[in-house]
Design a protein around this ligand. Structure first.
Ligand code: ADP
Ligand code: MG
Length: 643
C-alpha cells in the first residue's frame, strides 16, 4: 500500500461526485426533493401543481405543473450544476424574488436518483424530455405532453446506499413530504378576490391524499389542512408599515401544543423557520400561554426583498433579516392585538369535547388502527387528514342553536361540504364591523357582560369553585386561578408604571441563602426594588427582607425571595428583564392569592368578579389554565337531550 511520492495525491473531483456532495446538503430525503421541485414549479408561475408519490416518495416523486416550461436549449442545461435562469449578475443576489437561485437542485437530484424532465413551453406545439440517472445524462427527445413541466425523481439514493439507509419508514417519509406540501399550500393562498392562489393535489400510491383549489384563500386552506374546529376560532392579523406587511391568523391560546408544527411563518411567499420570528409569536402570547407550549398561528410576512438575505443555507428555511429590531416591535404589536381578540374563554362544550376526544383516542389506540385515506397508520394521518365533516379525526363540533349567537362565537355552522367552503373566520357573529373599543378583551365576553350585571347569588363549592348564573347559561370560576390572574395583572401594571407600593415590614425577615445567592441578591438589589422587593444582604449567607409589594396580601417574604433567587439563578438575568419579571410576578401573585380552601362570602365574591371585569384579561391564569368555564344554554340542552 505504499504510494509513489511522485504521483499527485490531490485530484479534482469529477462533476458527478461534486454534485453528490452538493446533494448531501440539499437533498436529504424525499421531502427535500418535493420541496425543490415545488419551488421550481412555483418559480415557473404554475397555478396548479400535482404531486404523485410512491412509497413515501422514496420510489417516486413526480411533480406536474402548468408553468412556463422549458425549451430544448434550457432542457439541455437544466441538469447542469450552477445552471439557473434566476440569477445573472452578482447584484441580483441582493433582491432575490424567486424560491430557487443556486441552480443546484436538479443537478443534485440527478446525481443520486433517476431523474427525468419533460417540458413543453407555453404556446409551443410539442414538448421534449431528457433523463439523467446517477449523473449519466441521456439525449433530448421529443415528447407529446400538455404545456408545463413534469419532473420525475425515482429511486432516490439508488447509487448511494449509505444515504439510503438513513431514510425512515414509508409513513415517516410520507409525513415529511405532506408537511412540505401543506406548507406550500398555505404559502400560496388566493387573495381576497380569489386570485393569485396555487392549487395543489397530492396522490400517494395512486390515491388522492390531499388537495386545495387555486381559489382557496388562507382561511380556507387552514381549514382544509387542520380542520374546522381550529379554523372557526382563528382571529385575523393584519398590519402594514411602509413596505412591510403582515397578515394571517392566530388561534386562541388553548390551541397551543407541545410542538411548533402549527406555527408557520411565510416570508415573501416562502415558508421559513426563523428564531426571531418564533420569538415574535412567543412575545405576542406573553402571559396567556401555558409554559412550554407553542401557540398556533399562520403568518405571512411581506418585506422588501432587499431587506432579506436568503443566501444563508441551501435548505432555505432560514434567512437573515435586516433591521430586525423595528420589525420585531411592529410584528409583536400586530399579532398581540389579534391574540387578545381571540376567544380565550374556555367553553364548557370544548372542554367536554376534549375529554371525549381523549377517551376516544385511548380507545382507538387499543383497538382499531386507523386505516386513514392511504390505508396506513394513524400517526401520519393525524397531521394532515382534513378534519371537516366526513374526514377522519376529531368529532365535529355541532352547529350552534338556530339564530341565537353562542356567547363565544361558536354558533356558525360548519360548511355542509366541509373544507372547500371559504368564509371569513375572523368575523364572529357578535362582532361589529367597527374595530373600536375591543382592546384587551375578546368581543364575545363583552357581549354577555353588556347584559350580565354580576348578580348573585353565588354558590361556593368545596371552598374552591364559584358558580353563578349568566344570562345565557352558567359559569364555574376557579377562585384561586382568577385571583392569581388579577394580582398578576395589577402587579404588572404597577411595575410597568414604576409605582409599586412597598409595604415596609416592622421587623425585617431574615432569609438564609448560599453565599452565591446572597451575591446575586445584592447584585440585583436595585432591580428588585423596582419590582417592590426591598432586600439587603445581612451577613455572608443571609439577606434581610425589609419590604414587599403591598399588593401581596398574604406576605411570605421568605418564599418570595427564594422564588426570585431561583429564577434569576436559573435564567442568569436581572429580575426586571421582561421574561424574568413575568415569572417572578407570577410566583409572587400565586403566593398572595386566595388559595383554594378559603371560604368567601357573597360580597367578597362580587368584589372579585368586579375586579375581574375591570382587568379585561381574566379568562386564564398567568400560566394559561382557565379561570372560568362557561356552559351555554346550548350545552345544557344537549346534555339533557332537549336538542
Ligand atoms: P434553481 O431553481 O436554483 O434555478 P434548479 O436546479 O432547481 O435551480 O433548476 C434549474 C433551472 O431549471 C431553473 O433555473 C429553471 O430555469 C429550470 N426549471 C426547473 N424546474 C422548472 C419548471 N418546473 N418549470 C420551468 N423551468 C424549470
Ligand atoms: Mg430550484
Amino acid at each position: 500500500m505504499t504510494e509513489s511520492v511522485t504521483e499527485p495525491r490531490i485530484a479534482v473531483l469529477s462533476e458527478v461526485v461534486r454534485n453528490q456532495i452538493a446533494a448531501g446538503e440539499v437533498i436529504e430525503r424525499p421531502a427535500s426533493v418535493v420541496r425543490e421541485l415545488l419551488d421550481n414549479a412555483v418559480d415557473a408561475g404554475a397555478t396548479r401543481i400535482t404531486i404523485d408519490l410512491e412509497e413515501g416518495g422514496m420510489r417516486l416523486v413526480r411533480i406536474t405543473d402548468d408553468g412556463i416550461g422549458m425549451g430544448m436549449a434550457d432542457l439541455g442545461l437544466a441538469f447542469e450544476a450552477h445552471a439557473t435562469s434566476k440569477l445573472r449578475r452578482p447584484e441580483d443576489l441582493d433582491h432575490i424574488a424567486s424560491l430557487g437561485f443556486r441552480g443546484e437542485a436538479l443537478a443534485s437530484m440527478a446525481s443520486v436518483a433517476r431523474a427525468k424532465i419533460r417540458s413543453r413551453p407555453r404556446g409551443q406545439e410539442i414538448g421534449a424530455e431528457i433523463t439523467e440517472e446517477g449523473g449519466q445524462r441521456g439525449r433530448i427527445t421529443p415528447s407529446g405532453m400538455p404545456e408545463g413541466t413534469i419532473v420525475e425523481v425515482r429511486d432516490l439514493f439508488f447509487n448511494t446506499p449509505a444515504r439510503r439507509r438513513f431514510l425512515k419508514r414509508e409513513q415517516t417519509e410520507l409525513a415529511r413530504c405532506m408537511d412540505v406540501i401543506q406548507r406550500a399550500a398555505l404559502a400560496h393562498p388566493a387573495d381576497e378576490s380569489g386570485a393569485g392562489g396555487i392549487g395543489f393535489a397530492v396522490n400517494h400510491g395512486g390515491r388522492r391524499a390531499f388537495d386545495v383549489e387555486p381559489g382557496m384563500d388562507l382561511a380556507a386552506r387552514i381549514r382544509r389542512v387542520f380542520g374546522a374546529e381550529l379554523a372557526e376560532e382563528l382571529e385575523r392579523v393584519e398590519a402594514e408599515k411602509g413596505s412591510t406587511r403582515v397578515y394571517g391568523y392566530v388561534a386562541p391560546p388553548r390551541f397551543a401544543r407541545r410542538d411548533a408544527r402549527r406555527q408557520m411563518w411565510f416570508l415573501n411567499g416562502r415558508p421559513l423557520k426563523d428564531k426571531v420570528l418564533t420569538r415574535v409569536i412567543k412575545d405576542a402570547y406573553r402571559g396567556v400561554l401555558v409554559h412550554g407550549l407553542q401557540p398556533v398561528g399562520f403568518l405571512h410576512l411581506w418585506l422588501d426583498p432587499e431587506s432579506v438575505d436568503v443566501n444563508v443555507h441551501p435548505a432555505k428555511s432560514e434567512v437573515r433579516l435586516r433591521d430586525e429590531r423595528s420589525l420585531f416591535g411592529f410584528l409583536v404589536n400586530a399579532i398581540r392585538e389579534a391574540v387578545m381578540r381571540t376567544n380565550m374563554a374556555t367553553p364548557g362544550e370544548s372542554m367536554l369535547d376534549s375529554v371525549r376526544r381523549r377517551e376516544e383516542r385511548s380507545l382507538q389506540s387499543e383497538t382499531l388502527p386507523d386505516p386513514g385515506p392511504m390505508g396506513s397508520g394513524g400517526r401520519v394521518s393525524e397531521a394532515w387528514i382534513p378534519r371537516g365533516p366526513g374526514g377522519a379525526g376529531a368529532p365535529m363540533r355541532s352547529p350552534g342553536i338556530g339564530s341565537t349567537p353562542a356567547p363565544w362565537g361558536s354558533a356558525t355552522q360548519p360548511a355542509a361540504s366541509g373544507a372547500y367552503e371559504v368564509r371569513d373566520v375572523a368575523g364572529g357573529p357578535g362582532e361589529s364591523s367597527s374595530a373600536s373599543g375591543m382592546a384587551g378583551a375578546s368581543a364575545e365576553p363583552s357581549d354577555w357582560h353588556a347584559v350580565d350585571d354580576l348578580r348573585g347569588p353565588y354558590l361556593q363549592v368545596d371552598r374552591t369553585y364559584l358558580i353563578r348564573a349568566l344570562p345565557d347559561g352558567f359559569e364555574i370560576i376557579d377562585q384561586h386561578a382568577l385571583h392569581e390572574r388579577l394580582t398578576f395583572e395589577e402587579l404588572r401594571r404597577e411595575v410597568g408604571d414604576g409605582k409599586v407600593e412597598i409595604q415596609q415590614l416592622l421587623t425585617p425577615e431574615l432569609v438564609d441563602l448560599t453565599q452565591a445567592e446572597v451575591a446575586l441578591v445584592s447584585e440585583h438589589a436595585e432591580a428588585l426594588r423596582r419590582i417592590g422587593v426591598h432586600v439587603e444582604p445581612f451577613g455572608e449567607k443571609t439577606v434581610a427582607v425589609h419590604g414587599i409589594p403591598v399588593r401581596i396580601r398574604r406576605p411570605d417574604p421568605e418564599g418570595i425571595v427564594r422564588d426570585i433567587v431561583d429564577v434569576i439563578a436559573r435564567t442568569g438575568k436581572a429580575p426586571d428583564a421582561e421574561d424574568v419579571l413575568e415569572e417572578v410576578l407570577h410566583r409572587a401573585s400565586c403566593r398572595s392569592s386566595i388559595m383554594a380552601g378559603d371560604a368567601l362570602d357573597q360580597s367578597s365574591i362580587r368584589a372579585l368578579l368586579e375586579r375581574a371585569r375591570a382587568a379585561g384579561t381574566d379568562q386564564t391564569c398567568p400560566h394559561a389554565r382557565p379561570t372560568r368555564v362557561k356552559f351555554s344554554l346550548h350545552d345544557l340542552e344537549k346534555a339533557f337531550h332537549r336538542k
